[in-house]
Design a protein around this ligand. Structure first.
Ligand code: NAD
Length: 502
């Protein structure tokens, strides 16, 4: 028999709990919101009043609807008030001892039929369930921030979850206007497992000096179309939370991609936790903001040499022609035609340094990789002069693209971050944890990405990604970059889409 969920308890009315309480109340359910003390309760009520108040101000709900929503919520500091709840969703801090203590208490207080759910981002739902006498009725219900806006809810079932309960909770999520994805109890579930690996990798690349903070953020936002770059997102999530989630992921996976980057530890130890403390990777206090960009001027270059062929080089050369630059081209291994140019730009797959050492003036050679319609990675080697890099950045800007400066490493910035993330998604599919459709939906709806990893893979081409991963593996020797066997096999078999198998 299907359960009915009419009265829902929400424990912890912080960032997530207040939003979750709002989601339930908006859908007409009766909500009991529990906080630790009167101050925290007032803060939680404030979150709810502000959030619904903003919706009224934007014309998304009437003042009458706001009152009805708030009237459906009972605010209390007593857990005992949860005795009649059909479902309790916990949203207290991500600390296992706190959660286990709370669930043991909820088990004592709540009626025997009640379902107990945790909003944990990374902790073991099984370990939380084990503190109760009803582990079959304990489940993960993982909302995303901000809960009233983000459409995804990950429903996490454990090996002891009662049969059918995950489907009932998924149905409840649909009733709330959300899209559920049901998955098993693995650290990070679908979204955080894929997201934190990528964010942590960005920290490693920053530390290695591949590119600067702003360049990496710009590359991923403008080059891939993500809602924000990795460092802006880390600051938003909170560096302490990100660090903790990485530790939990690493504890389970033992994968270096999840081992928290030392820069995260340093920032967290310094108390620089991101937006919530006014500083993380960026400063939010108004100090240290970037200076206004200088007025754009066309660089004074008499002759530009281009190394490379193909459509990207052709379109770049045509842009240079239109902008009035004189261009010479070396398409073949002979670099003679460009030897006398003031500036040489390499648009080829050969490592830039290998071309530079074959020129009489290697300091004038800069690599260029065009990403999408609006970004260009500007690659300098150990021999490149600052003047040459600046000149290429100016040129690229004149031609309407945003330059991203980086060092001469395999797959540069965008592909070095994107391909391992796509590989992680293939591995997740390969081990049977979730379907390609669910993984795609989870990343689109949980992170606001323009496409899921398998949609991205199809768009880029499986072979290109596989070859890029091989290049990354050859450069960094990190086993995580070795192409997933499934990806390799699909390329070998000539299958154009991972989605056709998952
Ligand atoms: N912040 C996010 O982006 C995000 C996203 C998804 C899931 N989560 C998860 O949601 C949970 C809560 O995270 P948050 O960001 O909302 O934290 P938060 O610090 O903003 O809020 C936690 C709230 O819980 C209250 N609290 C602490 N102990 C309590 C107790 N014993 N009883 C009642 N209330 C208690 C605190 O007073 C606080 O208001 C964590 O498990 C986190 O991993 C967070």
């Amino acid at each position: 028999m299907m359960r009915t969920f009419d009265t829902v308890g929400v424990v912890g009315l912080g960032t997530m709990g207040a939003g979750i309480a709002e989601v339930f109340a908006r859908s007409g359910l009766r909500v009991i919101g529990v906080e630790t003390d009167e101050n925290a309760l007032a803060r939680g009520r404030g979150h709810l009043e502000n959030s619904t108040g903003r919706a009224v101000a934007r014309g998304r709900m009437t003042a009458e609807q706001q009152r009805e929503i708030l009237d459906r919520i009972v605010f209390t500091t007593s857990r005992e008030d949860l005795a009649d709840a059909d479902l309790v969703v916990e949203a207290i801090p991500e600390i296992m001892e706190f959660k286990r203590g709370l669930f043991a208490d909820l088990d004592r207080i709540c009626k025997p039929s009640a379902v107990l759910a945790t909003n944990t981002s990374s902790l073991s739902v099984t370990a939380i369930a084990a503190t109760t006498s009803r582990p079959g009725q304990v489940i993960g219900m993982h909302f995303f921030n901000p809960a009233p806006v983000m459409r995804l809810v990950e429903v996490i079932e454990t090996v002891v979850t009662e049969e059918g309960l995950a489907a009932e909770i998924a149905e409840l999520a649909r009733r709330l206007g959300k899209t559920p994805v049901v998955a098993g109890d693995r650290a990070g579930f679908v979204v955080n497992r894929l997201l934190l690996g990528y964010l942590n990798h960005a920290c490693h690349l920053l530390q290695s000096g591949l590119a600067g903070r702003d360049d990496i953020d710009t590359a991923m936002k403008q080059g891939v179309g993500l809602p924000m770059g990795p460092f802006t997102l880390l600051d938003l999530i909170g560096l302490d939370t990100s660090y903790k989630v990485c530790e939990v992921l690493f504890g389970e996976s033992r994968d270096r991609r999840h081992a928290p980057a030392p820069i995260l530890r340093e920032l967290v130890t310094a108390g620089l936790l991101g937006r919530k403390t006014g500083r993380g990777f960026y400063s939010y206090t108004g100090e240290g903001t970037a200076p206004a960009p200088e007025a754009l001027s066309k660089p004074a270059i008499s002759l530009v040499g281009i190394v490379g062929g193909g459509p990207a080089a052709a379109s770049f050369v045509s842009g240079l022609d239109t902008a009035g630059f004189k261009v010479v081209i070396a398409e073949a291994p002979d670099l003679g035609p460009v030897a006398g140019a003031d500036l040489v730009i390499a648009l080829s797959d050969t490592p830039v340094i290998e071309l530079a050492v074959r020129l009489p003036r290697p300091e004038r050679l800069v690599g260029l990789h065009l990403v999408g319609e609006s970004v260009a990675e500007v690659v300098s080697t150990v021999l490149t002069s600052d003047e040459a890099v600046t000149a290429v950045c100016d040129l690229v800007t004149v031609l309407g693209r945003t330059p991203v400066r980086c060092a001469d490493r395999a797959e540069l910035v965008v592909n070095a971050l994107l391909y391992p993330y796509l590989n992680d998604a293939v591995r997740m599919l390969e081990c049977g944890y979730a379907s390609a459709a669910d993984i795609d939906a989870a990343m689109r709806l949980g992170c606001g990405y323009p496409a899921g990893p398998f949609e991205m893979l199809d768009g880029i081409g499986l072979e290109k990604v596989r070859d890029g991963l091989r290049a990354l593996y050859a450069e960094y020797r990190d086993p995580a970059f070795a192409p997933a066997p499934l990806l390799d096999q699909l390329v070998t078999a000539g299958v154009p889409s991972v989605r056709s198998v998952g």
